[in-house]
Design a protein. Structure first.
Length: 388
């Protein structure tokens, strides 16, 4: 079989696009396949805003974010596009915040605040005395749509090829990988599957079903009813998150200052209804209302200047692993099939580093920059279904 490509990347979301760009930079002949017409809003990478932060309770993510910031800034320079809006990030919780240690370990600038100090500095927020906050000076907001377009544009400049509206029907593993799409057939030395919610539809025929759950997340915009527009970055409102200590990130709330819709603040719950990505609209009104009410109650209690009924609603899909760590690994039986999945609602900001990791796994797997132990498929022993 003739080799058409060095690497084929399946999925042109932010992880696949960042990976394709890094592969092309490394001199690899790379094809990027996308099942939907670009741009689209059917996956996990669309929209105007994503929070960027170094504030992680896990040291390995915090250290990866140090590199991610540098790589985002490199992309801004390379593409002549402003992608990150510095707003700072306020993370709140009951008691002392566990992210303090990791921020300290990486030497990142931060401030700890009591509930009284938060009330003074952020009068638009309301918290009881047992709450505390950590302000991450490096926190901000990424323009998601612009970031995705920048990666794809720079990838093409490096000689990469994007083919959208071309879904993958079948992958044949071997020393050369054959990829059958709805339009053509290709071969490559390596393949990177970065298909988001559709990952298992490609890996199950290869004997591997990963423990992934797909959830439809409601993205809501709430009208700022304050006289001065207090929930804008111009008035000092930062990016914001609350993740209860000891609980998964899916239990948290996050907010983004008014941006895509002036005088409307984005406030969302990191949780949603489990779905099939091809039947994402089959969600009962009762289930939608359940999640909406929980956010509305939070807004009433902690952000009283916002109207308690959202004016605009959109959706996004999360693909979650049981521990909410990513999967960045080779197929256990096919080392030239690389899998990137389970970004669990916090992968966008780390896309530059993910692209570097997947490029190393494809090109020089014996010389890796990062310890990938937290991201190995083998950690799910007993939860993986195999057809082999």
């Amino acid at each position: 079989m003739a080799t058409d490509w060095d690497v084929i990347v399946v999925g042109a979301g932010i992880e696949g696009s960042a990976t394709a760009y890094e592969l092309a930079k490394a001199g690899q002949r790379t094809l990027l396949l996308e099942q939907f017409p670009l741009p689209h809003s059917r996956g996990s990478s669309h929209g105007h805003s994503r929070i960027i932060r170094k504030a992680y309770s896990e040291d390995y993510y915090a250290r990866m974010m140090v590199d991610a910031y540098c790589m985002w800034h490199d992309l801004e320079q390379q593409s002549s596009t402003s992608l990150i809006r510095p707003t700072g990030l306020l993370t709140v919780c009951k008691g002392r915040n566990p992210i303090v240690n990791s921020l300290k370990n990486i030497g990142s600038k931060y401030r700890e605040l009591t509930a009284e100090q938060m009330a003074s500095e952020y009068p638009m927020l309301n918290f009881p005395a047992e709450y505390s906050g950590v302000y991450d000076y490096d926190g901000g907001v990424i323009n998601a749509d612009k970031a995705l377009a920048a990666y794809q544009r720079e990838f093409v400049k490096l000689g990469g090829v994007i083919r959208d509206e071309e879904g993958v029907n079948r992958i044949e593993p071997g020393s050369l990988v054959a990829v059958h799409t709805n339009k053509d057939r290709y071969s490559s030395k390596k393949i990177v599957i970065a298909a988001g919610p559709w990952t298992n539809k490609l890996t199950e025929p290869l004997g591997l079903k990963l423990p992934l759950k797909m959830k439809c997340i409601g993205v809501y915009y709430w009208r700022d009813d304050t006289a001065r527009g207090d929930f804008s970055a111009a008035r000092g409102f930062p990016a914001y998150s609350e993740f209860p200590p000891g609980s998964p990130s899916s239990a948290g709330i996050y907010a983004v200052p008014s941006s895509e819709y002036p005088r409307f603040c984005k406030v969302c719950l990191h949780n949603g209804v489990e779905i099939d990505p091809d039947d994402r609209d089959k969600i009962s009104d009762g289930m939608k209302q359940k999640y909406l009410e929980s956010i509305s109650d939070y807004v009433k209690q902690h952000m009283p200047g916002l109207n308690p009924k959202p004016s605009i609603s959109e959706t996004c899909i999360y693909t979650l692993t049981p521990d909410e760590n990513f999967i960045l690994d080779a197929h256990p039986d096919h080392p030239n099939v690389i899998i990137a999945a389970g970004f669990s609602g916090h992968g966008f900001k780390l896309a530059p580093v993910v692209g570097r990791i997947l490029t190393e796994l494809a090109v020089k797997p014996q010389s890796l920059t990062y310890d990938l132990t937290p991201f190995k498929i083998s950690r799910f022993a007993g939860k993986i279904k195999s057809n082999l």
